[in-house]
Design a binder for this molecule. Sequence first.
Ligand code: HSE
Length: 309
Amino acid sequence: MKSLKAFAPATIANFNVGYDILGLSLNNIGDEIEFVPNGTDQNKITQILNGPGLPLEADKNCCSVVVRRMQEALNHFEGVDLKIIKGFNSGSGLGSSSASSAAAAFGYNELIGRPFSNRELVFFAAEGERVACGSAHTDNVAPSILGGIILSIGGSAEDLLELPVPENLYAISLFPKIKIKTADSRKILRDEVALNKVTKQVAYMGAFVQSLHTNDMNLFSRSLQDLIIEPSRSLLIPKFQEMRKAVMGSGGLAFGISGSGPSVFAIAEGEVSSKQVLKALENVYKSEEMSIQTYVNQLAAKSGARLIK
Ligand code: HSE
């Protein structure tokens, strides 16, 4: 077995209409993992760059747990040393643990000759999510491995629906540098939702899928509304409503919380519009002490995990 390096991208999960079941890949920001076979049956985290506080213990780190689960499924234990290079902040809401888990699943699979399909890898990567936040949801790891926009309707490979990715759409994300743990922001959500809200939300999901298939950006914009999760979680994000106003007032198509926050996302059509939306978003925080980080990514279908040099 030769050493190799894998990359898996950051993701925007939930995307307003699909809590825990919908997500999209951001393509050019993400995590890298170097795999070096170590000739034993044990896996070791040798280094984590840019990830202060993340666990080095093999049974606590999401990457080594993902690799172990794959080895257990095969009943074949080819130990590896893992060096993790974080490309963006953990606790940002951009799928940090999932980018690492996805890179771990993808890279190890390549290293051992691809016994699993990419779709099967999603469920190993979800085990990394279980370690990181207590829930094995696939809305981040599925697009991080497969790329594009993925709707997960269940727990098997054929339940991962690859939705069409309209051309010329840009995701603008803004991370206000406060930390919100996914586990905490899941706890504040109510278990029960009023039936009339569910009815509307189901309509929005249907309309969203239709908008992708017909490339109808007006419908896309109208449908991307979150009636269930946003009312609770937006209270944790400073200037949330101001940001929404800024995005929608500067030509943005949609605005919402990225995953469990605190990052927010906006969607714009075309590069020019993406720059206007980015500027409007940044202006909201101009006079604030809080530091922010922004990213702009053009959406693409082929934007999942990959090998790098
Ligand atoms: N669907 C997840 C949530 C994404 O909103 O809690 C974060 O892991």
